[in-house]
Structure formats: C-alpha cells, structure tokens
Design a protein. Structure first.
Lengths: 503, 137
C-alpha cells in the first residue's frame, strides 16, 4: 500500500468530487462533505509529505506500464510540499465558501468543480510526464472557467473571456512546445527527457523550445508582458473563488517553470538573462499597478503579479541559495495570498463595497479582526520576523553572490512599493474614519450574519494566519526544507533514478 | 418534425442503434470503437427518437434524468481504476484480466468497466446538452 501513496491525494480528490456530483441538489450535505473531505485530504497530504521526507523521492507508474512509455507520477520534496499547501489552502477555502457563497452559486455545482480544481492542481504537481502536465493544466483551466462564471454576472463573463482567451493561448504555445520536444527526443517522460535533451546536438532548436515553454508557462504564471488577464478577471468572482485562484493558480505556472528549467533544460546565460529581465519587470510593473488601484481586490491582484517576480528572479539566478529563496517564497506566497483574498471578502461584506475611498473605520469597529488581518498583510510586506522576510533575505544574498545588482534593486524596490501599497490600504480601510454608505437591499452584511456563519468566515483566516506565523517563526524548518528541495532540483539524478527505479 | 416515415423508422432504429452501440463498445479494446463512440451512438439513438416523437416521449422512455448517468459512469470508471489498488496492490489503472474467455464479450477485464463508465458519461453529457438546448426554444 505504501508504494501507492503518491497517488492517494489524487484518488481521494477524484473520489470526493464524484461523490459530490451524486449529491448535486443537497447543498447542506455538500458543505459538510467538502469540509470533512478536505480535512481527510490534509491528513493524506501530511502522510505523503512525511513519507517523502523520510524516504526521498518516490515514483509510481500508472497502469504499471514501464517508465518512459507509461505515465509516471513522481513525488519529490517540492511536489509533496506543494500538495500539502494545496490541501491547506483547499481546506481553508472550503470552509470559507460554505459561509460566504450565495446558495444560487452553490446550486450549480460549486463544490464538485472546486474539488476537481484541487485534483487538477495536485495532478499538475505530482505528474512526471510533460503531456500529462498539459492535461492537468486543461483540467485546471476548465474548472477555473466554470468557477469564474458561476453566477453569470456581466463583469464575471467579461473577466472570464479575457481569462480564457489568454490561458488558452498559453495552452496552445505549451502544446506546440511539447510537440517540438517530442519531435526532438521521441519521449514525453520528464525524467527521460532530462537525459535525452542534454544529448541533442541542435542546441539552438533546444533553446527556442525552452523559450516556447517559458512563454507558455509565463502566461499562466502571469509574468511581465502577458499578465493582463489576471487583474481583469480575479476581482470579478466571489472572494472564495479568488482566494483559491490568487493562492494557487499562478503558482502552478511557477512550479512548471521551476520544474522544466531545472529538470529538462540547462539554463544558459541567454535564457538566464531573459528570465531575470522578466522577473525585474514583473516585480516593478505589478507593484506600480497595485499602487494606482483603489479596489481592494484589484490591489491584491496586482500584488499577486508583482510577487511572482520574486520566484522568477530566484529561478533566473539558478544558484542553490536563490532557488531556496524562490521555493521558500512560493510556500509563503500560497498561504498569504489565499488568506488575503479571504480578508478582502470580509472587508467587502462589512460595507458592501471594495472601494478604498469609501471604506474606513474598520479598526474602530472590529479591533480584534483588524489585528488578525494585520498578520497576512504585514507578512506580505515581509516585516521581520513574519514569513515574507526570510525568502527575500535568501534572494538578496544570492544576488550579491552573483553580483547582479539589478535584480537586488528590483527585489528591494518591489518590497518598498508593496510596503507603500499596504500602508496606504491600512490607512484607508482600517484607520480612516469611514463615511456612512446607503444600505443596499438584499446584501448579506457581515453584521447581520449568524454567529455560525461568522465563524465559517473567520476560522479559515485564523487557520491560515497560524500557518503564516509558523512559516515566519519556524523559518528554520521551512528553510531547511527549501534547502533540501533546491539541492534535489539541482541534482536531477535523484529524480531520474526514482522514475526508473534505480535506487 | 412529425412525419410518419421518420416516426415509424425511429421505432425500429432505437433498439437497433442501441444494440449497435453496445457492439461498438465491446469491440473497442483491440479494434476501432470503445466507450466514447459507443456512447455517442447510443445518444444519437435517443436524439433521433426525440426528433420523431417529441422530447417528452423520449424522456418518458428514459425514465431517469440523463444527467444522473454522469456520476454513475464516472464512479464506475474510477472504481475500475481503483480495483487493482485495492485488490492486488498494483498501481492505479493496471489492467486486471479474467483468465477465461467469456462468450460475446471476449476477454473480460477492468478496462471494459472503464469503457462502460465512459459510455455512460458520454450518453449523460450528450443527452443533457441536447435536451436542454431543445427545451429552451
């Protein structure tokens, strides 16, 4: 049974979503099953993580077809940690959506699709086959498209069109890149590719192919020139949906970039400079975008883009210290961004608007909640000892090692701009005296909710804040995990051996 | 589209097409065919019946909502993949085969149940889409 463990998170999510389809009409059952299932899923992910931590990278061949021919699933420390974080974020959002989503949306199958989305995310993290990765990306796109449009408001449909068009374009580029790679090597297994791509003599074609992958995953990760779909769509759906999108969807693109550029392609100086340039511009343009926005959700959307830049910068520098920083930032970012979008949901509920000009007086009315919200907000900025501080330290020290002062400037500038954005947001939403807004009819104001519903909204934020505090104060553990992951990433033989069972 | 010829023909076509769809489903392991095509043919049988006799009659004939077939088919396909994990501790989706030759079906294995699952999902999805489109006008 232990050898099958790699696939258990996937099988359980699939089981959960099929079970939820059977209960299509019974919304209250779905809420409970989704929450309990997410807890069980968290348990399975912890189990997988501990198993991988103790025994090293594990691979499994689906259908028992031998490695380069069948579809391989591989769990190394990076995949296992990301699956764990996915289930943490999934649990939080599952509970949050039970309290925050209107039943009109839940009636059209929110929970089954939500668990299919989590299935797609875990699949993308665990697969060891590049074409299978494409299939998981498609599952993610389809599910996120459904979640974006549930409710069918005009703004939602507009955002969904932009989202779908650009992500679809990214899939086409990604698929083309796979086709070229298959033409060059005749293989789709990532471990097999790692061996075969290094032997190809036509290096310029490999380089072009690597750039195709960079473009495809870059659009999905929302990096510099092609991030426009993200701020156009993330503020339109309900905050529960934005939370899972902002926390995890772009991170799959980052994961795929890290995986492809450490395992399959050798990073040569040209690609390295391209990645670093993109990282710098992403950091800068996202932060400036956040600076000029007045809608809380839009501010967070632009911050998602800006902070993708940190991870891309770590990937671009490609040293062990830099990758450690990038991985650490990835972990911190998943938890904090999921939390922030849920916070923005509660802010929206309190006054019925997300406009920073109209909001205010939150601290006076809810001092304890404000202190709670301060945790994700200030760890986003990276105020020591909160979680955002430590990965930036690694990234900057990696920049000094390489004497690449441009990227250090970019990292510092983006942190500084994030600080300004968050301070501005704090002043506008929490400290400023708010004006009295006209009451909207039929709007579920936060104060009018039952205590149980309030708990459902606040408990996930408390949970994720604790995780954030752990990442900040237990930084040594997370750091040693990140160091181990970056060692594994730079030494690809372990991954290849796990796939071909030559341990 | 209530013509006598179509209506009479559809009464004969429905069982014929359904049998043909099962034939295509069973043939699919080594030869062209399989659950997807078989499911489409079965869905066509019901759509043709609906064109000739009206949607209400076809729904009466089906008795269940076609949407119900989706989770059932998904569940069947999932279980057929899960069977090797639970029964013999082999990886997900490993083919399990019945040792003896079964008449009509040929070699009986877990792959067949996966295909039946696909068959049901395809019927469910196709009929749900077509029925809801024809209801809206």
């Amino acid at each position: 049974m232990m050898q099958q463990l790699v696939m258990y998170p996937l099988l359980f999510q699939l089981f959960l979503s099929i079970g939820l389809i059977f209960l299509w009409k019974k919304i209250s059952w779905q809420k409970w099953i989704s929450a309990v299932g997410s807890v069980i899923n968290l348990g399975i992910s912890v189990w997988l993580f501990i198993h991988i931590w103790e025994n090293g990278t594990q691979g499994i061949q689906a259908g028992n077809w031998e490695a380069p021919f069948g579809i391989t699933f591989v769990a190394d420390a990076l995949s296992a940690s990301l699956v764990l974080l996915t289930s943490i974020a999934g649990l939080a959002v599952s509970v949050f959506s039970a309290g925050s989503l209107m039943s009109a949306r839940l009636k059209f199958g929110f929970y089954p699709v939500f668990h299919f989305l989590l299935l797609g995310l875990c699949g993308a993290f665990l697969t060891g086959d590049i074409f299978n990765l494409y299939v998981w990306f498609e599952i993610i796109i389809i599910c996120s498209f459904v979640l974006l449009t549930l409710g069918g408001e005009k703004a939602q449909l507009e955002g969904a069109m932009k989202y779908f068009t650009l992500n679809f374009l990214a899939s086409v580029v990604f698929l083309t890149a796979i086709a070229v790679l298959y033409g060059l090597t005749g293989s789709l297994n990532m471990a097999d590719l790692a061996v075969k791509v290094a032997e190809i003599e036509n290096r310029s074609l490999v380089q072009v192919n690597a750039l195709l992958f960079l473009v495809g995953f870059g659009i999905k990760a929302a990096v510099f020139p092609l991030f426009f779909w993200l701020p156009a769509s993330y503020h339109t759906p309900p905050s529960a949906v934005s939370a899972i999108f902002g926390g995890l969807l772009t991170k799959v693109g980052v994961y795929a970039l890290i995986r492809v550029f450490t395992l399959i392609f050798e990073v040569d100086p040209f690609i390295q400079n391209v990645i670093l340039g993109i990282a710098f511009l992403t950091l800068f343009s996202g932060a400036v975008g956040a600076l000029v926005q007045n809608n809380v959700m839009k501010v967070f959307s632009y911050l998602v883009i800006s902070h993708i830049g940190y991870m891309i910068a770590g990937l671009g520098m490609m040293t062990e210290v830099a990758l450690t920083g990038a991985i650490f930032y990835l972990f911190h970012d998943i938890v904090v961004k999921t939390n922030l979008f849920m916070v923005s949901g509660i802010i929206h509920r309190v006054k019925g608007t997300s406009d920073m000009k109209k909001l205010g007086g939150f601290y006076g009315k809810y001092p304890l909640l404000s202190l709670l919200f301060a945790i994700p907000l200030f760890s986003l900025v990276g105020i020591p000892p909160l979680s955002g501080f430590w990965p930036k330290l690694s990234l900057i020290s990696a920049g000094f090692d390489l004497e690449n002062y441009w990227i250090i400037a970019g990292i510092l500038l983006a942190s500084f701009l994030t600080l300004i954005v968050i301070v501005k947001l704090w002043a506008a939403v929490f400290w400023k005296t708010g004006e009295k807004l006209p009451e909207q009819r039929n709007f579920p104001y936060f104060d009018n909710l039952k205590n149980f519903q309030k708990t459902q909204l606040i408990a996930p934020i408390v949970f994720l804040s604790f995780v954030t505090l752990y990442i900040g104060f237990g930084a040594e553990n997370i750091h040693s995990l990140s160091v181990r992951i970056s060692e594994e990433l730079l030494n690809k033989q372990m991954y290849i051996d796990a796939v071909f069972n030559k341990s | 589209m209530k013509t006598l010829i179509l209506r009479t023909a559809s009464n004969y076509m429905l069982p014929l097409l359904l049998v043909f769809s099962v034939f295509i489903l069973l043939r699919g392991h080594y030869l062209p065919g399989g659950g997807f095509v078989g499911g489409l043919i079965a869905a066509i049988a019901f759509v043709l019946h609906a064109f000739a006799n009206g949607l209400e009659n076809t729904k009466g004939l089906l008795r269940i909502r076609p949407g119900v077939l989706m989770p059932i088919g998904l569940g069947l396909a999932f279980l057929s993949g899960l069977a090797p994990v639970l029964a013999v501790d082999e990886p997900f989706m490993t083919g399990l085969w019945w040792p003896d030759h079964v008449p009509v079906v040929g070699n009986l294995g877990s792959a067949l149940f996966f295909d039946i699952g696909v068959y049901l999902v395809v019927i469910g999805v196709t009929l749900t889409i077509i029925f809801s489109i024809s209801e809206s006008d």
